[in-house]
Design a protein around this ligand. Sequence first.
Ligand code: ADP
Ligand code: ADP
Ligand code: ZN
Length: 214
Amino acid sequence: MKIIMLGAPGAGKGTQAKQIAGKYEIPHISTGDIFRANIKNGTELGKKAKEYMDQGLLVPDELTCDLVMDRIQQDDCKNGFVLDGFPRTIPQAEALDAALTKIGQKMDYAIDVDVPDENIVNRMSGRRACLDCGATYHIVSLPPKTEGKCDHCGSDLVLREDDKPETVQKRLTVYHDKTQPLIDYYKNQGILKSVDGTQPMEAVFTAITDILGA
Ligand code: ADP
Ligand code: ADP
Ligand code: ZN
């Protein structure tokens, strides 16, 4: 099963993608996590990506597409994968389609996790991230067992620099401008499914599994 998670920053794509990956035993591929790992390790890609991420801008397609195309052709993606945060532009979606067409495959579902802008700033300011293992928490709706520490690996949790309200506004503008057009793109392909992302996390996941099947 090959799935794309669509939705505004903070809509809950990552939260749901991790659960989907667990249930259907497919890899969770988050471009944001890949960039953050590169930043942490001080790679050239990380240095370039950081300049854009800190400003709430998208990393250019040239730096993004190839890395995803390489990733989805690895062995563990044979039975499918869930893409979280990619594609984010029409050219990225076209690159993905072209790469899959070449190997006789196509995406199965694009799931739009729909959350209005009003709810997003609150979600993001409460998000806490573990930069070691990629786990995500929320100070109200999904608190860690010990304040400030990751349940999985014990590392310190942080408020991401780009989750501060000034940058979130910018990211929302970029989302509406560059990423939202993908909703129509996948609607036209007949693979778009929408879920109400304002529901509690468990209810959103149930709505998704209703779409994907057991
Ligand atoms: P969120 O989960 O809050 O939407 P991500 O972790 O997916 O955030 O992405 C963080 C940042 O990484 C984005 O704001 C953007 O700068 C960069 N990024 C992630 N994925 C992409 C992509 N597919 N294309 C361009 N930039 C990306
Ligand atoms: P995205 O990957 O789309 O940027 P996340 O999955 O990281 O979004 O979720 C953003 C924040 O909102 C996190 O702190 C997460 O714990 C929280 N969150 C996710 N889904 C829900 C939900 N259905 N209700 C309330 N909070 C949520
Ligand atoms: Zn962790």
